[in-house]
Design a protein around this ligand. Sequence first.
Ligand SMILES: Nc1ncnc2c1ncn2[C@@H]1O[C@H](COP(=O)(O)OP(=O)(O)OP(=O)(O)O)[C@@H](O)[C@H]1O
Length: 574
Amino acid sequence: MFRWLSAAIDGKGGDRLEEAFRWLYTFVKPQSRAIMGLMLLSVLASGMVLFQPWLTKTLIDDGLIAKDYGTLVSVALLMISVGIVSTALSGVTRYLHTRLSGRILFALRDNLYHHLQTLSPTFYGKRRIGDLLSRLDGDVAEIQRFAVDSMFSAVSSVLGLVGSVVMLLALSWKLSLLVVIMIPLEVLWLRWMRRKVEVRVRTIRERSADLSSFLIETLPAMKFIQSVGQEHRERERLSNLNENYLSDLLKLQVTEFFTQAIPGTLTSLTRASAFLIGGYWVIEGSWQLGSLIAFSTYLGMAVGPVNSLLGLYVAIQRMSVSLGRVNELRIEQPEIPFDANWQPLPNNIKGELQFNNLSFSYPGREQLILSQASASLPAGSKVALSGRSGVGKSTLIDLMQRYYDPQSGSVLLDGIDIRTINPLELRKTIAVVSQDIVLFRGTLRENIRYASPQASEQQVEAAAEQAQLQSLIAELPQGIDSIIGERGQQLSGGQRQRIAIARALLQNPAILVLDEATAAVDEATEAQVIDAVDKLFAGRTRILISHRASTLAGAEQRITLENGKLIAGEGFTA
Ligand SMILES: Nc1ncnc2c1ncn2[C@@H]1O[C@H](COP(=O)(O)OP(=O)(O)OP(=O)(O)O)[C@@H](O)[C@H]1O
């Protein structure tokens, strides 16, 4: 079925889509019981809807016109009961439907997010955040809407259409001929118009993505925009985006109006013809008034499902676009694929590092960042790593944390090849404090504890004290439990660094890397920070990366990265 569906939608390129459909099915399958239950409820609800005009007909013909009080009362009572059951049924169905669609949506999004967590910094480097966001949000929601909503709408449409046509035929097969003309005409019109609507809807989605990309890009950069006095330019950009959005929205409205107006007019025409012919029969006495009214109602009920079934075709197209976009993320391969043979990290790692003949270039780039680079860093040593900007110092640290694997050579930690260790544990034993410190919206305490959620309150407070955060804590209104804004924008560079150091302390790593960590602070503060680090992390391997001679001054070992090689400084072997 998936093969057929994907070939129908995507022709030759259906293979990838077929695989995507199979993936989607893995989320729908666990819900099959809920789906069956809901289908059953939908059948019941459709039955109730179809039953109501018949009741009206009975009420008029057998109660009112026949002047039968008994029938009048019993049909009226039946109408009330059907109304109550219908309302209750629709409430229950809506609840179950929301639950089902929510479960599928969250499972899809969780799965995708989990996959994104395995992807390397290179992936994030080449993707726009706005684009990822729209795939995770809009596209996933579109798929879920199709997987649940369209499925039920298809079932109730088929039931509604078949049911109302059967009722029309039962009431008068001759008059039903009118419907035989009307429905194909509507189908033709809607098929033709739907494509136009689809193009318009797609444009609107793009416009709305443009708007969110604009906001994602400019809101965090507000300070920069203000500093270069470009507020006016951004306001103009926004108003252009708004104008484009509005103009496309209006075009969509007009297209949708004509899409609906023609079938509406056709239905009115058919209904008027039915009243004309049927009315003549009623006056002649060969047909009953109730039947005529019920016929007219069923006529209206046959139109809706035609519309929804044609809409389903468009929904499949739209969903396949979203599924394709989501699938592109899903098939993105992690740089470090999961390996069942990964070993846990032994206890008491000392922090001895060996780089053996490392050669590395980034995927898709020719330039060799490392070429047969070797060095050994004794456990507990303080090492200065220098080299000109862009030479590959941060890359070396990324290799050490196994964000990438080298094309040849190896990295050994306490003599163990890091490729045999679970990267989760490996990364926990290496704390990296860089210039770019990640802070989340939350309290200072939560931020310090981020890498070590199991740390006790006392441990967090002790780490904060050791990292000399007391003065900041004293300044904040709720102390350590004060909320610090997203990305810690209300904090100074030095304060952010101290938070990162407190975090690293709690993490209790065997290796600490300071990658340009003190570049943003003055030399006196830097000396204090390094002094504190030396005291707090004494006995652990410390790697300092900096362009400043003062930062590197106290190192016991000096290594320079040059032309892809690690060159040991005087007196040291690399
Ligand atoms: N994810 C990536 N994909 C492709 N190329 C990358 C990636 N990250 C870095 N590079 C490139 O690799 C080279 C080394 O970058 P790296 O950040 O390791 O240098 P660095 O020595 O730490 O520089 P700096 O001192 O300026 O921080 C640069 O030319 C950079 O453009």
